[in-house]
Ligand binder design. Sequence first.
Ligand code: NAD
Length: 487
Amino acid sequence: MRAQPQASHYVGGQYVESTNGADLVSLYPATCEVIAHLKAADDQVLASAIATAKAGQKIWAATSLAERGRVLRKAAEILRRDNRDLSVLETLDTGKPLQETLVADAASGADCLEYFGNLAPTLTGEYIDLGGSFAYTKREPLGVCVGIGAWNYPIQIACWKAAPALACGNAMVFKPSEVTPLTALKLAEALSEAGLPDGVFNVIQGFGDLGAKLVSHPDIAKVSLTGSVQTGQKVAALAGESLTKTTLELGGKSPLIIFEDADIENAVSAAINANFYSTGQICSNGTRVFVHKDIRDAFLARLAKRTQAAVLGDPLDEATHIGPLVSKPQFDKVLSYMELGQNEGARLVCGGGEARVAGLEGGYFVEPTVFAEVRDEMRIAREEIFGPVMCVLDFTGEEDVIARANDTEFGLAAGVFTKDIQRGHRVIDQLEAGTCWLNTYNLTPVEMPFGGHKKSGIGRENGHAAIDHYSQIKSVYVEMNGVEAAF
Ligand code: NAD
């Protein structure tokens, strides 16, 4: 199986190679086969990406809003046209089942390009009457923006950053995760085919050190990172030195609260989506599932039955529900938490270890795992695992469960299941989380702003809110009368 791109980087509207960069390989996590050999960007590639982005940005910022919108919408059409090929590539790069990548990756990236393409022509300023004189505002681009991606939703993350940045007239240098370098290159190709001027969207490959070099580059105006809290802290510190603007989309340990009046079947579906989709590798996952004591046993019985029915296997088979984890470090980490949960005294309901898939013995497969009788202080209930490990905790009182749900440094997402409309809104109101769901979980349509409270992040992606993070307002006061001075 090969997924070798024409070259490692896409700079100035074409593929370029770096002769001096470190080796960077992409593995298919279901077999550990190397599917692509790439090179990290050397200093020359980095310098040329920034230089071409600076030049491209000037041309792009002078392009009409309507034309910017047309280019983004055309790129959306191209992603939809190529969805199957892009989905197979994403499956090879990440190990996520094709059943998912066909609907959730390039497809959501296309929705995002279309949304911001439609929004572009509306990005106007305002007229402010000052009684004779007046003021107006202009919404101006920031300049060259840096995007740094995580490995769980590679093309989606690239689109979530590129689409609003480009709609606002910025250029972008995007560094994918070193674990999943491939599909961002395809986005760059699609944008070129759609008519984006050369240099406006560039992709360069590399590890954390390249990310740090990009963040501290004097010619960049903004950085948007999707990654862990630890990386977010480093990026924020570096960006702070030059007061570079930041958007940080970081980790979580989100609560999903299921009250006694909830529809149990729907609540089980939501808990499954909140923990096992993408093999549990989703930042907003509701990994602390608080279930009211009165329905705990019924909930766990249905959950165990349905989890055991999940098809774990070849990600390229469209019948497969759960694929492998993305990498060996992630595999080791998730297995260590499965062991820790048992050592900490949680009750293992199902799963709990490595999974063997016939014909794919080298893959990073683990069983979808449910722990019950989890207590708040256990490490499995406090730390982000980023794998298919669900912690079920009991509760009885509303105030108590809200306090426990909020007792975390994270604040990315939260969910509530209840048929009591007042209670639903009352509880959501008190949850310290940037994205909340009532009677569902993990749906992130592009129209809805997405981002974290507390240590889960700074800024928002998606929705109109993203525009504020990729543009700046210039206010212009126009004097229509004389100027008075004291002396
Ligand atoms: P990571 O923090 O290890 O890496 C993220 C990116 O940052 C990679 O491209 C990496 O090369 C780069 N990087 C590493 N060190 C850097 C540095 N010092 N300076 C600049 N860049 C640096 O995260 P990961 O393992 O790729 O992804 C998993 C994490 O991402 C989880 O914590 C998850 O919750 C989070 N995540 C958040 C969201 C969100 O939208 N909130 C979405 C997906 C993933």
